[in-house]
Design a protein around this ligand. Sequence first.
Ligand SMILES: Cc1cc2nc3c(=O)[nH]c(=O)nc-3n(C[C@H](O)[C@H](O)[C@H](O)COP(=O)(O)OP(=O)(O)OC[C@H]3O[C@@H](n4cnc5c(N)ncnc54)[C@H](O)[C@@H]3O)c2cc1C
Length: 449
Amino acid sequence: MRGYDVVICGAGIAGVAAAEALTARGASALLVDDRSPLSLTSDASSECYRNWWPGPDGAMVALMNRSIDLLEALARETQNAIALNRRGYLYVTTDPARVGLLRQAGEDAAALGAGPLRVHAESGTYSPSIVHGWDGSPDGADLILDRATLRRFFPWLADTAVAALHARRCGWLSAQQLGMTLLERARARGARFMRGRVGAVEITNQHVSAVHVDGHRVITGAFVNAAGPFLQHVGRMVGVELPVFSERHLKSAFEDYLGLIPRDAPLLICADPQTLPWSDEERALIADDPEAHDLLGPLPAGAHCRPEGGMGSSWVIALWAYDAAPVKEVFPVPLTPYFFDVTLRGLMRIIPSLEAYIRRPPRPSIDGGYYTKTRENRPLIGPAGPRGSFVMGAFSGYGIMAACGAAEILAAHVSGATLPACASAFHPARYDDPAYLSLLDAWTDTGQL
Ligand SMILES: Cc1cc2nc3c(=O)[nH]c(=O)nc-3n(C[C@H](O)[C@H](O)[C@H](O)COP(=O)(O)OP(=O)(O)OC[C@H]3O[C@@H](n4cnc5c(N)ncnc54)[C@H](O)[C@@H]3O)c2cc1C
């Protein structure tokens, strides 16, 4: 088989973005996957993006800002084939004691480069999102403290809502269209897709020399591990132990037949931890199920939902990572019977009308995948293992939004070009630094939804 400058293992969003960025720099690339492109984790996302990331430094904000710049450029060049909007993320609290946390989050995000915080303590100063597109939308965030403003723009929120933080350089897009656009661009520059399983990577004189795919030997000088939930397994083919683990995350989609979630809404997030108000009968039922009784205790903040499809659609997607323990990756992804019901109840705290669906539930469709991630929830982008071996992954719950920015960093590593300042924060060798390891012990907020 002919040789390639680079062989990429995995045609999820990480692999196709890598192929696009590498071919844009003149490399010949072979993309290998035993599944159809974009059909595993990259097909399960809720397709949202944000430049809203905590951290001891602004590296994640810088990565996402750059990635969103690239998404916007792509949208502009394609007449918005990727259906990018900028509705924002609306974090809502019903707890007066948590308003200070929202303000602090806004101030921290501003200091990290996400844009200014505007505080609205009176009516008439807040501007809502535009429904379509993104041009002309502000960045930063708006903290709405004025109840009249909350009622005017979000009348369907609970009367108990006391504040909302609207992060603005955020929204959603079509992940499949994004992936297909990147793949087509890579193909147009000569990249090839090969259906098959990478079984081994050949190393000669401590340098990648070939990749074995279903009995074929492909000669190459560079190998990119973009294997998503199989990152660790593929890493072992080049003799590296990558510091990653996986959490199962589910997503529900349902027909909002009562029209309770407005079609022009932003992403709506419950910012309060809560203990769900189960009835006595439900409590007894759950208490009997050893796999479910955690649902009776306190659950974390973060139940979220958004309208799905155009203005004429009535679908809504809803998620809540209330159970995000590390697990082994198993396919098909095991589903849990309570997920939709629990997520709906979590959202009822900020959108009480959803209670109607407890009495007459729509029939949800549920899917999911794995957040394969590092301990501090930052990706791995760069060299790992013998010379010519790279990793592009641990994309956790942000791979769609990060892919374009991450691919630019990967391509700079592969080609030896100048790296952006934030690249060192994602270098796989960062764990070799004892100072970084001690920083990790104090790292509590990973920004995960
Ligand atoms: C419920 C849920 C909601 C999410 N919401 C969002 C969101 O709103 N925004 C966002 O940005 N991200 C979101 N994500 C995260 C995002 O989906 C992932 O970060 C991203 O899809 C990971 O892409 P990937 O290319 O690394 O992995 P994948 O898409 O899993 O691709 C990896 C590919 O590698 C292939 N592969 C593995 N091993 C081999 C081998 N040996 N040989 C050949 N091929 C191999 C696999 O077949 C697979 O196709 C969400 C994820 C989930 C599960």
